[in-house]
Design a protein around this ligand. Structure first.
Ligand code: SF4
Length: 436
């Protein structure tokens, strides 16, 4: 047991990592350890890492550099987990000799026993698992009381040429349907209203026991009493078929909101990225979604400055952004990742050109968001309130379109689904008032 011990988890990266950290917290709570509110007070410092972009690895290295003093002062045990641990292994121990453990994403279950039996010798545990491993999750380890992440698959078989995920998370593994539904039922019993079904490539979900695919899974999750909103991410455009469009349009509790990574608007760059769709095919998917759900909210990922990207390629990306009018975009400068096919191409777009393209893309998107937000003023919409806003004396939440809304309410409406009238807007959020 780890009774009397405290732990602190710092998470880098996406929702998958947040959910992995919640699992990790569950494992430690089950062994009697308790969470520390501050890193300075913890016996175990666990850092869950993201390797998707060079910048996130640089941020991690700077964070790990600052942990040296805690090792010296408090003799804390420091564990580096997740994708960077899987990718860099020995290199991490060389660079940060005060790390005690380096644990890959398939080895989280081993963490409590590793902490109980810390050997003199520092350990690296990065073996891959081929099948799905169910990890329990305790209610008190979730960040939100009303919205929950539920992982349905892990890994990816797609090998986009820029992406490190298949090398750190391995091939696709699907969680059994019964295990997913058990978790969602337990969440509904505890009052959770919103479920995010997660995976690197959720469109390819297939129940290993019955073969059930994502559209049917959405139906089953939505029919669990108490669940009000169901979302899923991340989708790959090439696998996004008509059955899924139909499921989104016809199942009332599936939100009309979708994150569909575009990455580039140029066919030449899409081919170099090994994305396996063209801009026309992407636009056809968007058309079929918009024709069935005119109110659909779309977001995307875009990389600028991929090797050989010209100004003309970049303009094609801008054209797509202007045509589709995404509710939000996550845009990044290309950086080569170890072991990927693209890392063998010459990273030939100068850094200042990448920065310039990123700024131009983001400022065009900002204008689009302002215009989309302006059109919402005066409308009433359902908002799932997550609690007090960081901005002044307001509440914060998200609507079905997953837009951030800060709103005034005379009473505490945290963790409730409420109706809000939109009264104002900025480029990245909306403002409103609670409707009676
Ligand atoms: S589909 Fe997504 S996770 Fe898979 S290789 Fe491509 S970018 Fe990476």
């Amino acid at each position: 047991m780890l009774e009397g011990k405290t732990f602190y988890i710092h998470t880098f990266g996406c929702q998958m990592n947040v959910n992995d950290s919640e699992h990790l917290a569950s494992l430690l709570l089950a062994e009697g350890a308790s969470p520390a509110s501050r890193l300075e007070e913890s016996d175990f410092i666990l850092i869950n890492t993201c390797a998707v972009r060079e910048k996130s690895v640089e941020k991690l290295f700077s964070y790990l550099g600052r942990l040296k003093e805690y090792k010296e002062k408090r003799k804390a045990v420091i564990v580096c987990l997740g994708c960077v641990a899987q990718l860099y292994r020995q290199e991490l121990l060389k660079k940060f000799p005060y790390l005690d453990l380096v644990v890959g994403p398939h080895q989280y279950a081993a963490v409590p026993s590793l902490l109980k039996n810390l050997a003199e010798e520092r350990k690296i545990l990065t073996a891959w698992k081929r099948g799905w491993t169910d990890l329990p999750i305790l209610p008190e380890s979730r960040e939100s009381r009303v919205s929950a992440y539920v992982t349905i698959m892990e890994g990816c078989n797609n090998f986009c040429s820029f992406c490190v995920v298949p090398f750190v998370r391995g091939r696709e593994k699907y969680r059994p349907l019964r295990s997913i539904l058990d978790e969602v039922r337990a969440l509904a019993d505890r009052g959770y209203l919103e479920i995010h079904l997660l995976g690197q490539n959720v469109n390819s979900y297939r129940d290993p026991e019955s073969g059930t695919r994502l559209p049917e899974l959405l139906e089953k999750v939505s029919s669990i009493p108490g669940i009000e909103w169901v979302r899923f991410l991340t989708s790959h455009p090439k696998d996004f078929g008509p059955e899924l469009v139909e499921a989104m349009a016809s199942i009332p509790k599936v939100c009309h909101q979708l994150h569909l990574p575009l990455q580039s608007g140029s066919d030449r760059i899409l081919a170099l990225m090994n994305r396996k769709y063209t801009r026309e095919e992407y636009l056809e998917k968007i058309e079929s979604l918009k024709s069935r759900m005119p109110d659909i909210s779309l977001s995307t990922d875009i990389i600028v400055g991929f090797p050989t990207e010209t100004e003309d390629d970049f303009q094609q990306t801008i054209e797509m952004v202007e045509k589709i009018k995404f509710t939000s975009i996550f845009s990044f400068r290309y950086s080569p990742r170890p072991r990927t096919a693209a890392s063998r191409l010459k990273d030939d777009v100068p850094e200042e050109v990448k920065i310039d393209r990123l700024i131009r893309l983001q400022s065009r998107q900002k204008e689009i968001q302002l215009e989309l937000h302006r059109q919402l003023v005066g409308q009433k919409m359902n908002v799932l309130c997550s609690g007090p806003s960081k901005k002044g004396n307001l509440h914060a939440g998200r609507n079905e379109a997953y837009q951030v809304i800060n709103f005034y309410s005379p009473v505490d409406v945290s963790n409730r689904l409420v109706t809000v009238r939109i009264t104002g807007y900025g480029p990245y959020s909306l403002q409103g008032e609670l409707e009676d």
